[in-house]
Design a protein around this ligand. Structure first.
Ligand code: OXD
Ligand code: MN
Length: 629
């Protein structure tokens, strides 16, 4: 280790930037920064604090560096990721594990020394000719018992700009904590670049794309990629580090929205909700008339026996596909109004307007997108049609720009959690809404047994049913069995654990027709709000309690002036016994074959749920309408 790293750093940065670094009394930080300047060899280096000027400096750099181009609306920019860099790369995302550590077969890992050697070789001189940005953030609100300081080093001004929109500035936190700061570290490089459209540049060496996570040092390395899920350190990369830290300290890091649902007499009830990517999490969090705290990542702690949650982030990296003013008025407003918004991977026409799949209006005849010059009917090398925008195309903005942001969004104490929701993309098994018998039943049957059909948020085939406990498998950094046990234990340390709900927005009938409209979720939320306040009863079925027809009918009418028919209720809430039993078979097999250290209680709950379903089938047949219970 260098005996005097801060002095050594003087030669790489301006006087002002040197002062910013030196004011933070943390030798570990100096050593880290120095080590990676030496390894990556950037041409120039900037250090940013929390000031408005520095935030603006980053915005400008993204344009000057040809990583973002201005669009017609003031403040809006477009950024492209390479054609083969449009989603999270699960294959090349690996945990660096020391000998003797086993994360189980579902988590991708590599021997720590081997992984470090590989990534160091890839990163050696990777920033030659590039500018390195050094930035400080807080994961979670400032001055909060939940929060974790984070240091991001990146040669991408787009990543730095995204970080500024998505996270709270943390330079002051670093100053305050000094040598006590236990901070996460992220080092990212886009690698060598090649020309794309609009004068922008994209990562060239995708074959050398790597995202390596070192839990021991709480450091993540990301190279030769630009897509936010692989590069924005504080997002899904920090989440893996935080899941591990939370496990050691007995709290939870979850792939969850946080929102306030308005009840009668101005009552506000808070929920968290876990859904895999592209399965309705953001649209639930942003539903009109309710209050958003967060749409993607939450830290949950039991404080004085009460479960509380914070939004780790302060912005939204949302999926734009299909967004329209009727169904998504809140998001529509932000992405069509002047302000700091980054668009990624949409079609841009000559007049600087963006077009995305499903945007109202005519599909443009031409323009540019992530595939280059675009025209209707354009095909990729495999003959698949290239749509105007990528299905995983995104927008990025600050959460405060939303009309329905909660006034608690930055509260250091977080919000009290009354209900936890689990949801996946399930076309044929689960009813649209149910509530668990108790915490353990909900954690196991709704959380740990969650399955979902794959989407464009990850590279690979779509529509394949996969197991994703708590919607979190992609981000787990500890063995699944242990993670489930942590969740079970968490409820024991709450004096009144939240109720646990499961929703399914994707149920279809036998002909493949959707059984619900996008906005029906508003009714489900209102029912959940009443339920946690003991104002509605449920009907007991083998898989949980379901709402009564009368309550839903009243809510549909109050909210949408819609007559909710008994036929709709029956078809939506019929318990599909064969599909539910088949799911339990799948789960049992997965837990036996693919998961280590499964708590015994998981098998007990599966067996009990099976017995309840079989007993009901004896009495009422394979497909049991709610009126039979
Ligand atoms: C996300 C994801 O971007 O989960 O939030 O992919
Ligand atoms: Mn997510």
């Amino acid at each position: 280790m260098n005996p005097n790293p801060i002095e050594e750093l003087r030669k790489f940065v301006s006087n002002d930037d040197f002062t910013k670094l030196a004011r933070i009394d943390n030798r570990k930080l100096y050593s880290f920064v120095l080590e990676f300047i030496n390894l990556c060899n950037p041409e120039t280096v900037s250090v940013y604090d929390d000031s408005k000027e520095d935030i603006e400096r980053t915005r400008r750099a993204a344009i000057e560096n040809h990583e973002e181009a201005k669009l017609a609306i003031e403040g809006h920019t477009i950024h492209y990721d390479g054609f083969h860099d449009q989603a999270r790369d699960k294959k090349n995302t690996k945990f660096l594990v020391p000998p003797g550590t086993d994360l189980g077969p579902e988590l991708n890992s590599i021997d720590r020394e081997q992984g470090l050697a590989e990534i160091r070789e890839i990163m050696s001189n990777i920033m030659r000719g590039h500018h390195l940005h050094i930035k400080f953030f807080s994961l979670g609100p400032a001055n909060s018992p939940f929060s974790i300081p984070a240091l991001q080093l990146t040669d991408s001004a787009y990543v730095a700009h995204s970080d500024n929109l998505l996270y709270r500035q943390g330079y002051q936190e670093f100053l305050k904590k000094g040598s006590e700061a236990r901070f996460f570290k992220f080092i990212h490089s886009q690698g060598e670049l090649k020309d794309a459209v609009l004068g922008l540049k994209v990562s060239k060496n995708i074959d050398k794309r790597r995202i390596f996570i070192d839990l021991e040092e709480e450091t993540v390395y990301s190279a030769n990629t630009q897509y936010g899920g692989n590069t924005i350190g504080l997002k899904k990369l920090a989440m893996r580090l935080a899941i591990n830290r939370a496990s050691n300290e007995k709290w939870l890091t979850e792939h969850m929205l946080v929102m306030g649902v308005h009840g009668p007499d101005n009552r506000m009830t808070y929920f968290t909700g876990a859904f895999p990517s592209m399965c309705g999490k953001t649209s639930t969090a942003m539903i009109e008339g309710e209050s958003i705290v967060g749409d993607d990542i939450a830290y949950l702690k039991n404080i004085d026996g009460k479960t509380r949650a914070v939004n780790v982030e302060s912005g939204v990296f949302g999926i734009i596909d299909g967004i329209n003013p009727d169904e998504d008025p809140i998001q529509w407003e932000t992405i069509t109004t002047p302000g700091d918004v980054i668009f990624t991977n949409q079609l841009v026409t000559e007049d600087g307007k963006v077009y995305w799949n499903g945007k109202p209006g005519k599909v443009p005849e031409n323009g540019v997108n992530h595939s280059g010059e675009w025209y209707p009917g354009k095909k990729d090398a495999d003959g698949n049609e290239i749509t105007p925008s990528h299905k995983n195309a995104r927008f990025t903005f600050k959460i405060d720009t939303l009309d329905n942001v909660s006034k608690e969004v930055h509260s250091p104490e977080g919000v009290p959690v009354s209900g936890v929701i689990y949801g996946g993309r399930d076309s044929d098994t689960s009813v649209p809404l149910k509530v668990a018998f108790d915490w353990a039943h909900g954690i196991i049957m709704y959380g740990a047994c969650l399955e979902s059909e794959t989407t464009a948020a990850t590279l690979g085939k779509e529509g394949v049913r996969v197991f994703t406990p708590m919607s979190n498998l992609d981000f787990l950094s500890l063995p699944i069995g242990k993670y489930i046990q942590n969740n079970l234990d968490f409820g024991k340390h709450s004096t009144q654990p939240p109720d646990i709900f499961a929703v399914n927005y994707f149920l279809r009938d036998k002909n493949g027709k959707w059984l619900n409209l996008k906005n029906d979720k508003k009714v489900w939320l209102k029912w959940m709000e009443l339920r946690v306040n003991s104002e509605v009863d449920g009907i007991k079925t083998p898989t949980g309690l379901i709402p009564k027809y009368q309550d839903l009918k009243r809510l549909f009418f109050e909210l949408f002036k819609k007559e909710y028919s008994m036929e709709d209720y029956i078809i939506q809430f019929t318990i599909r016994v064969p599909e539910n039993l088949a799911k339990l078979e799948r789960m049992e097999k997965i837990f036996k074959e693919r998961v280590t250290d499964v708590p015994d209680t998981v098998f007990r709950h599966i067996a009990e749920q099976k017995a309840r379903l079989e007993e009901a089938r004896e009495k009422s047949g394979d497909y049991i309408p709610p009126v039979k219970f």
